[in-house]
Design a protein around this ligand. Structure first.
Ligand code: ATP
Length: 361
């Protein structure tokens, strides 16, 4: 089901100061997508999620789910959370430790007054789906963190919600388990064909899990796009910087010819992917470290070929990370271990124009 958010704002007053947690948000979350709200701490992700669920009341605006208005100030509509047909999974698993896995998952159906045999059938089906059959009778706390999170997922799914919402559900798991659970979640959600709204500040999680990502900053949505669009082709400097490591260099547009935009920068003249920007105007050049191609020794010909000196080199597993000094700029590059370089070396390198992105400040 599609979720529409129109003109939603929410402020809090804390210690005499007003914080605008949501600033006139307009957003459409398409049906059956995994849609992620990503942004730094305090940007308003959780507040937006809580407004959709109904745990928080906006100051203004309108929210509809599947075409039905669930909250509107103007129309005086405020559907309570339990009537919005949503499931929710939190950061803390919020499962009841004194109850068995079965009872945890059955609870949402019991409070709806469903018959016992129907409850048993639904719970069994849901536990099978999240691959937890066989542990129904176990106390929920005698499960691993990943299994506990699957109990929480089963409990959110058992009542067959129209939409499921996640607030940083994996952040209490260790790195390896987090990656495994993330993959499982992607598979589960893909099979369910359900609208999922996912809140995280973890960019890798957002990239790996989402169909679309909305990047938020200070109560506003800065940019929305597929993970690939946001990573490779962001429009905004903030987004390019937040989603992955990037060399961001202040530049000025030099020319626009044959679908190539060139800029003057601290690296010299650089040919970039085309962007419709005025000649002589400012632009930020964004180069991801993995697109800097080192050749051994200095080079002196070709588009975007440069020379620099390796100022530092660190092995980070898989690759080396190098800082390359070019004039006043210090570029971060990821270097394949096969390329033999050491600190202090003069190296030549190139960057394909397609990987020189211009973003707005
Ligand atoms: P995090 O990733 O840290 O959870 P977030 O992006 O989810 O952050 P929110 O929790 O939505 O951010 O908070 C947005 C802003 O509103 C923050 O400045 C926060 O301090 C403030 N805020 C949130 N809830 C309240 C509250 N109940 N009372 C006062 N201020 C609040």
């Amino acid at each position: 089901m599609e979720i529409r958010i129109e003109g939603v704002s929410k402020s809090y007053v804390s210690e005499g100061k007003t914080v605008r947690a949501l600033d006139n948000i307009d957003l459409t979350i398409p049906a059956n997508e995994i849609f992620t709200l990503l942004g730094p701490s305090g940007c308003g992700k959780t507040t937006l999620l809580r407004c959709i669920v109904g745990l928080e009341t906006p100051d203004e605006g309108e929210i509809s789910i599947g075409g039905d208005v669930v909250w509107s100030k103007k129309k005086g509509i405020a559907v309570p959370p339990e009537k919005r047909g949503l499931g929710m999974v939190f950061q803390t698993y919020a499962i009841w430790p004194h109850m068995s896995v079965f009872d945890n998952v059955a609870y949402p159906l019991q409070i709806r007054g469903m018959r016992g045999d129907l409850i048993r059938e639904r719970v069994a089906r849901t536990l099978h789906f999240v691959q937890l059959e066989g542990v129904e009778g176990r106390s929920a706390t005698r499960l691993s963190g990943g299994q506990q999170q699957r109990v929480a997922l089963a409990r959110a799914l058992v009542a067959e919600p129209k939409v499921i919402l996640f607030d940083e559900p994996l952040s209490n798991l260790d790195a390896k388990l987090r990656e495994e659970t993330r993959k499982e979640l992607r598979t589960f959600l893909g099979e369910l064909k359900i609208t999922a709204v996912y809140v995280t500040h973890d960019r890798v999680e957002a990239l790996a899990l989402s169909d679309s990502i909305a990047v938020m900053r200070a109560g506003k949505i800065v940019e929305i796009g597929s993970p690939q669009k946001i990573y490779f082709d962001a429009d905004h400097r903030f987004v390019a910087d937040f989603i992955g490591r990037a060399n961001l260099i202040d530049s000025r547009v030099r020319s626009q010819e044959d679908g190539v935009t060139t800029v003057d920068s601290g690296l010299g003249v650089i040919a970039c992917q085309h962007r419709d920007l005025p000649v002589a105007g400012p632009a930020t050049l964004c180069i991801r470290p993995e697109f800097i191609r080192i050749t051994s020794g200095e080079i002196n010909a070709g588009i975007n070929t440069l020379n620099g000196r390796i100022e530092s080199l660190a092995f980070v597993g898989e690759v080396y990370e190098a800082e390359i000094r070019v004039g006043t700029e210090l570029l971060l590059a990821r270097i394949d271990p096969d390329v033999k370089v050491k600190e202090g070396d003069q190296v030549g390198f190139s960057i394909a124009p397609a990987h020189c992105l211009l973003v707005s400040a």
